[in-house]
Design a binder for this molecule. Structure first.
Ligand code: SAM
Length: 249
C-alpha cells in the first residue's frame, strides 16, 4: 500500500536532521510541499528545503509544489477560518496525490510536525475524504524550540516546573493564567508590556546564516530584541523568531 510520510526536517540547518528522517527522505517517490513563494520569506523556505534535499539525497525525487489556498488573515471567526483553510489544503493535497499516481509521498515539515504545524491534521483529512488510501507515519524533527534552548545553552524550564508553549496572539492569556515560564512562537509582533521584571531568551532565523540571539532582563534587552527584529526583516527580508519568557530571574 502507498505510504505517506510526514518528515520533520529541522528548523533551518541541513545538519539538524535525524538519521531516521534522512532514511525517510530517501524512501519516498515524491514530495509534496505547500508553495508559499508569494509570502514574505516563502521562497527562502523553499530554497532551504531544496538545500536540505541536495545535501542528503543523491537523486532528488520530484517535488510537487501545491499552491497554498487563499486564507482570510483577519476573519471574524478565526478557528472556523483555519478549519476551512485546512479543508481547502486537504483537497489540494488529494488532487496532487491522485494526479501524481502511484508511489510513496513525503511531506517536508519545518521543525517538528508536533508544534504549530497542521500537516498531520491535513493528512488525516485527506485520508478521511476516502479517495486516497495509504498507510502513514510521522518522523520527528528538531524543533525551533529545541534549537532556541541549545543556542542559549538553557533548560526550557526550572527543575520540575511546567512550561507553556503558546503563540504571540495568545501570550496575554498565558500571563493571565499565571504561567511563569512561557515559550512563544508565531510572532507577528512582540509586545513585552507587563513582562518588565521577567527574563527573555529570544532567537531569530535559528540555524540559518542570519541567526540572531538576545537574552537578558526584559527591561534591559527589550529594545535590543525589537530593533534586531527590524534589522533582520530589513536586511534578510524575512524573520521567524521564538522566545522564552521566565518570571524568575
Ligand atoms: C508554523 S510554526 C512551525 C514550528 C515548527 N514546526 C517547529 O517545530 O519549530 C513557525 C514558527 O516557528 C518558529 N520558528 C520556526 N523556525 C524557526 C527558526 N529557524 N528560528 C526561529 N524561530 C523559528 C517561529 O516562531 C515561527 O513563527
Amino acid at each position: 500500500m502507498r505510504r505517506i510520510r510526514i518528515i520533520g526536517i529541522g528548523a533551518g540547518h541541513p545538519d539538524q536532521v535525524t538519521i531516521e528522517a534522512v532514511r525517510a527522505l530517501r524512501s519516498v517517490d515524491y514530495f509534496i510541499t505547500a508553495d508559499k513563494a508569494d509570502k514574505p520569506g516563502g521562497d527562502q523556505l523553499l530554497a532551504a528545503r531544496q538545500a536540505l534535499l541536495e545535501r542528503h539525497l543523491d537523486d532528488i525525487p520530484p517535488v510537487v509544489a501545491v499552491r497554498d489556498p487563499e486564507r482570510d488573515r483577519d476573519p471574524d471567526d478565526y478557528d472556523q477560518a483555519v478549519v476551512d483553510w485546512h479543508d481547502a489544503r486537504a483537497e489540494a493535497y488529494e488532487q496532487a496525490i491522485l494526479g501524481h499516481g502511484e508511489g510513496d509521498v513525503g511531506f517536508l515539515v519545518w521543525g517538528d510536525p508536533a508544534f504549530y504545524d497542521s500537516t498531520i491534521r491535513i493528512v488525516e483529512k485527506v485520508l478521511a475524504r476516502g479517495r486516497v488510501e495509504a498507510e502513514w507515519d510521522v518522523i520527528p524533527g528538531i524543533s525551533s524550540l529545541q534549537l532556541l534552548a541549545a543556542r542559549h545553552r538553557i533548560v526550557l524550564h526550572d527543575i520540575g516546573q511546567p512550561i507553556v508553549v503558546t503563540t504571540g496572539r495568545r501570550l496575554r492569556e498565558a500571563l493571565a493564567s499565571g504561567a511563569e515560564n512561557i515559550l512563544v512562537m508565531l510572532n507577528s509582533t512582540i509586545d513585552l508590556e507587563g513582562f518588565e521584571e521577567w527574563t527573555i531568551w529570544w532567537g531569530a532565523n535559528l540555524g540559518t546564516p542570519d541567526e540572531r540571539l538576545v537574552a537578558g532582563r526584559v527591561t534591559e534587552v527589550a529594545v535590543d530584541v525589537l530593533t534586531t527584529r527590524i534589522e533582520v526583516k530589513t536586511t534578510v527580508g524575512w524573520i521567524m523568531d521564538v522566545y522564552l519568557l521566565r518570571k524568575k530571574p
